[in-house]
Design a protein around this ligand. Sequence first.
Ligand SMILES: Cc1ncc(COP(=O)(O)O)c(C=O)c1O
Length: 733
Amino acid sequence: MQNKLVKLSSTAVLALALISCVVISVFALPSFDKSKTLTITTDKETYSANEDVKVNVKFTNASDSDLSGVLLKADLPQGLKEKNGKSLKVFSDSVQKNGNISLEFVAVSDDGSVSPATPTEGGNVQPTGSSTQPTGSGTQPTGSGVQPTGSNNSGSSSSNNTSANTTSANTTASDGKAVNTGSGIAYLIIVLSVLAVSAVLVYVFRKNKKATAMLSLVLCAGIITTIAAPVAKVSAEGNADAFYGFEQKKVINIDGTDYTIEAEVKINYNGEDIPTDPSVPEEPEQYTISNIRNYIVGINEPVELADGTKTPLINFDNAATTPAFTAVMNEVNKELGMYGSIGRGYSQKSDHSTDVYNDTREKVKKFLGVTEDYSYDYTCVYVNNTTDGLNKLASALIKSKNDIVLTTRIEHHSNDLSWRERCKVIYAEVDEQGRVKYDDIERLLKENKVKLVSVTAASNVTGYVTDVHRVAKLAHKYGAKIVVDGAQIVAHRKFSMIGDTPEENIDFFVFSAHKMYTPYGGGAIVGTTEGLNEGMPDVYGGGTIDIVGDDWETYKQAPGSYEAGSPNYPSVVGLSKAIDVMSDIGFDDIEAHEKALNRRLINGLKAMDNIILYGDTENIDDRVGVVTFKFSDINSLTLATKIKEVGGVATRRGAFCAHPYVWRLMGIPDEQVHTYEHCADVKTPGMIRISFGIYNTEEEVDQFLARLPIAKQKAIEYVESIPIEEMRPQPQF
Ligand SMILES: Cc1ncc(COP(=O)(O)O)c(C=O)c1O
């Protein structure tokens, strides 16, 4: 009887073990196993050199929670490079649920130069047809980055590429099955452990110890249900080790050699241990001009051209705003983990954020040359941007409509209208080449009781650097204070608010963080503590006060009095990091690099027919990386549009928020400007501006110079096709 019971029990244990395996398989694993697939398809199986390879990676049935931890990567075969040069590790936000990711590869030669993608007219640099092929020498790209590596880069062979590219990506070659290694391993572990426990139980029963056997049975059943099932679920869904859920490989053949493309999807259901994006590089030991390009967010992000092809943007619009440093982005992401209310909360996070926020004030001051000796004399106030800073200063310092502010005709509107709307403004003129006339500043100072002189350190139109210390000396000599609009200098030249002598010191300096690789908004005024406390801006609220009664209040001193409302913490964190990166590169190198880019661009442009260049093109040492031009035979609006659409280059066009200066440079009298009020854009005068960032290269300049004539030809064809006569551009603009 006892033997029977033991046999029965051991059979029951085995049955229970098997049922557990089945239950675990049915409930825990299939949701992971069967509903998702990962496929790699290519347009062909066999390629020749210089042919583009279109790879399509598809991950289906991903749920929203999957996407929080999906890592999709494809390891590139040697000799292939993704078309836009970016790493093929794509994070979940760019993975469409159930969507496709189309990755295109191009052959790369040993020197690293990339074969161009399907050449189209102007689009990817290479003109295709003879009809769009301009004849001038400037039409061929000269930089290595745009030179095809193989022989089939000419107009005729480009058709090969075209056919390769236009082949449907759905002419699927073999697309394998997902390996799903993670769940396989999990499954194996669980089954093995269940079987092992069962074996132990059976062994115990066979020893004929009834009580022990029954106890073990109960215990083991409990263990199986309470431990094995959750373990199965956790393992299946991705535990802290976050195993790879799916991997996929596909072999393609290029010029007789097999290459394997791999894709993996890493799933982390429980939201922990989300892998860090390997495409975001670690910080290098030293940032330099030559490596900074690897540390710019979105540098290889393709943009779509008018013909539908995609190419990485050449960004020559850095005077408007700059992309983020990866270090800035990473630092902001990191700091958000310890983010708490600044100056208001009682928590470790609050304390930490407040420290970072306030310590950065000191760093900003140091960055602007405010040495230890002057540390107490100067205060850093955070603002939203330069415009906000100048308006806050004007609001705080201007006491009467009769106050006189002296500025110049080179200024951005932000350093003109912010004063003009509040008091009397007088303007020093610029000379024929557009430089500020220092003698005019002195004349006006002599003739007027000037309260403030406000000048830009570098022009956003011509890039001219004004000797603001010389202006400071003049201002102080006549009892005025000096405000410097630093928007265009901070990312381009070493700047110190402290001059060689105390009279040359700058009283107030304003700049934007987004023009120095921190596009989170923000910026700062650094000013003398005494000067800032002469008033407070007309912006009131939380953060500005010491104490408030029923009908009375006492306000803080600067910086608090200038910072109403909750602060913009990411911008401060980012700014702090951007200062580190720029200082690491060093402003001597930055300046030299920009001068080389300026020289190359100006020389290239000068060689073109009907070109008009603004500013001094011979002595360019006092110009930051800004070059403005137009052609006499095409309006700037249509041309800039075509540069964007067929050239893939970001420029800016118009009068750059510095209208009076631009009209002067273009020789358009004020009376005539009135005629453009509310007129069609195409007839409004304007220039095209190229403005460099530290990551731009000479190759990009060459590419631009090659694409410009193509874009211009397209622009001319376009305006000739406009039927309404009055919409035709005025040739002189
Ligand atoms: C010389 C100059 N000053 C002020 C500004 C205004 O900067 P923000 O738009 O960041 O306020 C700009 C912007 O381009 C500028 O170039």
